[in-house]
Ligand binder design. Structure first.
Ligand code: ADP
Length: 270
């Protein structure tokens, strides 16, 4: 289990008696450790592409008389800088959704619209692997919060479904209405996730297979972002998976009974 940290303060009183106070500071230490690990991880993740780019730039300098080699090094520099840009973008996204003003001015959000939005972004990646995206379930569901955040969350789940699936498979997006709550799930026919990794994959930078994640351009932050966005909306995200068969990630969100065509709620109702 987790180590326990205790801070002890001993005070001598004028009458020669002493007071001993003990305070449990385990949580404080845990938070500090998590923050330190995160900074170390970020540094490592940034150092890797920077180091590669430095070496490639040197190689490029030596390849002035070899246009073919120069073109190869240039393209790898572009690849590494794109990876770094993606990492920085995701770090900013994560810090935004973790922040205090995580959901400014919540509004009604139509689930159909965020699905269309996410599909639009996923189209190229899906086409490249000949993956068919199937949308099914109930139409007209509405939740409450930030449309762009919810589209990001769903987009991340769809990106993963595509990244961790073989070519010529199907990804299914399914909506469900449970009364006070609604669900949006993303099911793939991909590699699946081992039982031991299931409760860790939502941690920042945790990857079941680091080499595979990097090969597909993953940053290890996508699911941490999804988890925060779900939490910001009073919902959650959960996963079920069978290695070798596929995975289902489900976003559970509060259901809004009004349709967006209805008048906006007055401030008193919020
Ligand atoms: P990454 O950028 O590595 O994809 P994520 O935070 O999105 O980071 O996911 C964390 C890890 O969870 C991935 O590295 C992968 O091991 C696993 N994972 C996420 N989605 C899926 C999926 N649909 N199928 C199989 N494994 C997945």
């Amino acid at each position: 289990g987790e180590p326990v940290s205790v801070r002890i303060r001993v005070t001598a009183l004028p009458d020669d008696s002493i007071v001993i106070e003990a305070e449990d500071i385990s949580e404080l230490h845990r938070v500090e450790r998590v923050r330190r690990d995160f900074v170390a991880n970020v540094s490592h993740e940034l150092k890797t592409p920077v180091g590669a780019m430095q070496l490639l730039a040197e190689a490029l300098q030596d390849a002035v008389d070899d246009p073919e080699a120069a073109a190869r090094f240039t393209s790898r520099i572009q690849h590494e800088s794109a990876r770094m840009a993606r990492l920085v973008t995701e770090l900013l996204e994560l810090s935004r959704v973790q922040g205090a003003e995580a959901t400014p001015e919540p509004v009604d959000v139509e689930i159909d619209r965020i699905i269309l939005d996410a599909l639009d972004r996923a189209r190229t990646g899906a086409a490249a692997k000949n993956i068919f995206i199937n949308v099914t379930g109930e139409r007209g569901l509405v939740t409450y919060g930030s449309e762009s955040q919810l589209a990001t969350a769903l987009g991340n789940l769809i990106d993963n479904a595509i990244n961790y699936s073989p070519v010529d498979t199907t990804v299914t997006i399914e909506t469900g209405n449970g009364g006070a709550e609604l669900t949006v799930s993303v099911t793939d026919e991909g590699i699946g996730i081992a039982e031991a990794d299931l409760d860790r994959i939502f941690e920042r930078f945790y990857r079941a297979d680091p080499a595979r994640s990097r090969a597909t351009g993953g940053t290890g932050l996508g699911l941490a972002i999804v988890k925060h966005i779900a939490g910001n909306h009073g919902g959650r995200v959960y996963v079920s998976s069978t290695p070798g068969t596929g995975s289902t990630f489900t976003l559970l969100l509060p259901s809004r009974t009004v349709r967006s065509a209805d008048p906006a709620p007055t401030e008193g109702e919020m």
